[in-house]
Design a protein around this ligand. Structure first.
Ligand SMILES: Cc1cc2nc3c(=O)[nH]c(=O)nc-3n(C[C@H](O)[C@H](O)[C@H](O)COP(=O)(O)O)c2cc1C
Length: 325
């Protein structure tokens, strides 16, 4: 076996690679199932869906794969509890919360017997998650796409978190190739969570314009915005980000009152929905810092093969070892 075996609760994926949740409708059943079928762990983004839509999405994933599927929901949304409980009733393999830390999620997990994973950006929060019963923690650095909980780099935080807890630590943020995976595992991670690399895949259901922006993006295009959630968010620069960085408030056409706390500078869901539907100039294109390393839209299986080849190269293992992957 090329990679060390990752085990989180009952899950023992062939590859220690988790595809990160991506709202709204970037990480859908089709992408999550493709990742699970290729040996990783897939995540459906529940944020922005109704409970009925999320249940349908989980069932669609189950039809497409018998692999491991989890659901990610942003703690910041009012519907957080309903969406997480729906996922648990649908018996997903695990749930994971983003942009905030939920203590309640652990009680619901025990009630439904579903593993809970937390995203953390410090050793302190990782310890708290472990104490509350987390099956693993994802430690996310400033290179990640979407909402950020820190301005420190993933590889800087990782050894501190790995030292602080006994549960598996999954590294996230700026991990794009197999060399990055080798570095993360070398610093104490048992697996990685990658999101941006999987956007530029055939199975990702975001509009082609969205994927095209990734494969044409440069490092200078990666910027931070102030999200109405009250956190910074990493996105690709476009007409929309230029207009909000001038400090303007943008009119909100139809407020859905979706966030627990909203600064109301613009509607985050409207902006994310526009982008995923193809309006990548007037919408918000969340993306990780290193999109410039992603130059091709590939099938997920091919992405996994490349990651494995690069990892083998990084650890000086002959490519033949991959047969046992
Ligand atoms: C388009 C996009 C949407 C995202 N949405 C979410 C989300 O809904 N919930 C969450 O916890 N993280 C979200 N993230 C963060 C990813 O799950 C992941 O942890 C991060 O992007 C990893 O960094 P990478 O993109 O450099 O691989 C999003 C990232 C992207 C690129």
């Amino acid at each position: 076996m090329l990679f060390p075996q990752l085990q989180i609760a009952h899950m023992r994926p062939r590859l220690p690679i988790i595809q990160g949740g991506m709202a709204v409708r970037v990480a859908t059943a089709r992408l999550a199932a493709a990742v699970a079928n290729a040996g990783g762990i897939g995540i459906i983004a529940g944020t922005g869906l109704s409970t009925a839509e999320l249940a349908a999405e989980i069932r669609r994933a189950r039809e497409l794969t018998s692999g491991y599927i989890g659901v990610n929901v942003l703690f910041a949304v009012r519907q957080f509890a309903e969406l997480i409980k729906t996922s648990m009733r649908e018996k997903v393999d695990f749930v994971i919360s983003g942009a905030g830390f939920s203590r309640d999620m652990f009680d619901w997990g025990k009630e439904h017997n579903i593993p809970v994973i937390s995203i953390v950006s410090s050793a302190r929060l990782a310890k708290l998650a472990e104490k509350l019963g987390a099956a693993a923690v994802v430690t996310e650095g400033k290179e990640a796409g979407g909402h950020l909980g820190t301005d420190r780099s993933a590889m800087e935080i990782l050894p501190e978190v790995a030292d602080a807890v006994k549960i598996p630590v999954i590294a996230a943020g700026g991990i794009v190739d197999g060399f990055d995976i080798a570095r993360a595992l070398g610093l104490g991670a048992r697996g990685v969570q990658m999101a941006s690399r999987f956007v530029a895949s055939e199975e990702c259901e975001a509009h082609h314009n969205f994927k095209q922006m990734y494969i044409e993006g440069t490092h200078q295009d990666s910027i931070l915005i102030d999200s109405p959630v009250g956190l910074p968010g990493r996105a690709l620069r476009n007409a929309f980000t230029d207009s909000i960085s001038e400090g303007k408030k943008l009119p909100i056409a139809r407020c859905r009152d979706c966030l627990k706390h909203c600064t109301r500078r613009f509607c985050i869901f409207e902006a994310l929905e526009k982008a995923v539907d193809g309006d990548v100039e007037r919408g918000l294109v969340f993306a990780g810092e290193f999109v410039q390393k992603i130059r091709e839209i590939l099938p997920v299986q091919k992405i996994m093969e490349r990651l494995s080849e690069e990892y083998a190269q990084a650890i000086g293992q002959p490519a033949v070892a991959m047969a046992g992957n």
